[in-house]
Design a binder for this molecule. Structure first.
Ligand SMILES: *[C@@H]1O[C@H](CO)[C@@H](O)[C@H](O)[C@H]1NC(C)=O
Ligand SMILES: *[C@@H]1O[C@H](CO)[C@@H](O)[C@H](O)[C@H]1NC(C)=O
Ligand SMILES: *[C@@H]1O[C@H](CO)[C@@H](O)[C@H](O)[C@H]1NC(C)=O
Length: 251
């Protein structure tokens, strides 16, 4: 039998060490802070963090990015209104990090990634498409192969209620190269006319680059907004000195 006194001491000691750990650390274990801002280290640290980070960190209030949910996304195009709903985007966990640059003094953070992204969901489309009146409704899937996203973030620094420094995101812009190929799978574009639906779908796929330039922007805007909003939540939760072992510039 185990002596009660020792059990009590053990509990107190572990409680004490738990308290001190707990005040010290918010960052999950998969975060390995760099000791400098060399791209080589930042790229590796970012690449290593992505698979876990994209699953979401419920303890820190950070939602999942793979999958991420698209409840409803209306897209108004010239002559046609498309609405996505009950959608899900997957693939971000496998994004390949091409470059990361951080200029701490200048408040600049750049991230370049290559990703395959699949977006699946329901849609409605009302209006005109290629001269045909359209009134479609059904399932859709968009597969984006090897797209390259270059995200340019203007950062800021701020102190939380406990006086600890944090990274913040002031604003961002991005460029998006649609990559090698986008594959649309959309059923029932023209209600009750599967032949016309298939012909037009084939046309969309043969002209995917032009189609996507019109149509892709709102989808990508939405996805980037979700990603940056998620990153903000993470930076709000985890102090600067747990993310990067480089002294913070004066601000
Ligand atoms: C930072 O330096 C510490 C101490 O030298 C080392 O243990 C750690 O691996 C370094 N971190 C990275 C990401 O290289
Ligand atoms: C995307 O998919 C293509 C084709 O399946 C594959 O060759 C490529 O390596 C993938 N890219 C990434 C970034 O995972
Ligand atoms: C980004 O999303 C937030 C809510 O998630 C919304 O309030 C905001 O208007 C969106 N910004 C843009 C530029 O779409």
């Amino acid at each position: 039998m185990c002596d009660r006194r020792y059990v009590l001491v053990f509990v107190l000691v572990s409680a004490a060490s738990f308290v001190s750990d707990c005040t010290a650390k918010f960052a999950p274990d998969f975060i390995r802070p760099c000791n400098n801002t060399e791209p080589a280290c930042l790229i590796k640290a970012t690449q290593d963090a992505i698979p876990q980070f994209t699953k979401g960190l419920p303890d820190l209030g950070v939602p999942s990015l793979d999958p991420f949910v698209i409840d409803e996304l209306p897209i108004q195009l010239p002559g046609i209104k498309v609405t996505f709903y009950n959608g899900k985007a997957t693939g971000l966990r496998k994004c390949q990090v091409l470059n990361v640059e951080a200029y701490l003094e200048k408040n600049i953070f750049n991230l370049d990634v290559r990703c395959n992204i699949t977006i699946k969901g329901k849609y409605t489309a009302v209006g005109r498409l290629l001269l045909f009146p359209i009134n479609g409704e059904g399932d859709s899937k968009i597969k984006i192969v090897n797209s390259i996203i270059k995200l340019h973030i203007n950062t800021k620094y701020f102190k939380d209620a406990d006086g600890r420094d944090h990274f913040g995101i002031k604003n961002y812009k991005y460029t998006f190269d649609y990559g090698e190929r986008i594959i649309y799978t959309i059923n029932n574009l023209f209600k009750g006319n599967p032949e016309l639906s298939n012909t037009v779908l084939q046309f969309l796929n043969e002209n995917w680059r032009i189609v996507t330039e019109e149509f892709g922007q709102p989808v990508v805007d939405y996805a980037l907004n979700v990603t940056v909003t998620t990153a903000k939540k993470f930076f709000d939760a985890v102090p600067y000195d747990e993310l990067l072992y480089v002294p913070i510039p004066k601000y």
